[in-house]
Design a protein around this ligand. Structure first.
Ligand SMILES: Nc1nc2c(c(=O)[nH]1)N[C@H]1C(S)=C(S)[C@@H](COP(=O)(O)O)O[C@H]1N2
Ligand SMILES: [Mo]
Length: 220
């Protein structure tokens, strides 16, 4: 956790302890990589509900106070308020969720602003190789720029045609379908482009730096 995120010690310390233990013990690892053609990654089970996972803080940000800053190694840094965000070209996509705690949820319909549109606007500098997501609850997570730069990545404001609820990261959360869901930061506040990679909250606590479900990149 970098200094400037000011994470309050998570009220959900028990969950953090338990998930750190899972990483230490390699829980849920099947050791059997599944072909990508298989929809359900190894060690996962399909659920029909949508579980909530967070650190015990669910920040409530009214849309008129919501701001998103995109900065770091980009030619055109920006800060959007709600109206700025909602006047970007709309993007919709359907994708599956795979959480490292072994549940997967199929066919989620997302609506928001595509990662590629954001990249077109901010124009990452050549040195920008990694991205750090910063959230309103103090959570952080990291991905390579090449992971963010994909056709199915977006900043979502709606799920199944309705605004994403606070518990699921509304007003706006990141969606990165190809990785375990901890990379999909809820309550997104800042997207920082950096040259050197930096582990986020779970990456510092035994979780994999990437997180490909089909090769079970659960733990580091
Ligand atoms: N800001 C923030 N984003 C977060 C988290 C969090 O605690 N804070 N948890 C991550 C984890 S571990 C998962 S599995 C998903 C859960 O999203 P959901 O509660 O909508 O299912 O959000 C991810 N993004
Ligand atoms: Mo998770």
């Amino acid at each position: 956790m970098s200094q400037d995120d000011g994470l309050i010690p998570p009220p959900n310390a028990k969950l953090v302890d338990r998930k750190e233990k899972w990483a230490e013990e390699g829980r849920l690892m099947t050791g059997a990589a599944a072909p990508r053609a298989q929809r359900l990654p190894p060690g996962q089970r399909e659920v029909k509900n949508w579980p909530v996972l967070d650190l015990g803080i669910q920040p409530e940000i009214p849309v008129d106070q919501w701001e998103l800053t995109i900065d770091g190694l980009v030619a055109n840094p920006l800060t959007w308020g709600w109206t700025d965000f909602r006047t970007q070209p709309p993007f919709t996509d359907m994708s599956d969720i795979h959480c490292v705690t072994a549940w997967s949820r199929y066919d989620n319909h997302w609506e928001g602003v595509s990662a590629r549109h954001i990249l077109d606007l901010v124009k990452p500098l050549p040195q920008a190789q990694h991205i750090i997501f910063h959230s309103y609850d103090g959570y952080t997570t990291n991905v390579a720029l090449s992971v963010f730069d994909d056709a199915d990545v977006l900043l979502a404001h709606s799920w199944e045609g309705k605004p994403i609820t606070v518990e699921h990261g509304g007003p706006v959360r990141v969606i990165i379908p190809k990785f375990y869901f901890w990379k999909s930061a809820k309550w997104i506040k800042r997207i920082e482009f950096v040259d050197a990679d930096r582990p986020g909250f779970w990456e510092e606590r035994g979780y994999h730096n990437e997180g490909d479900p089909w090769t079970e990149q659960r733990y580091s």
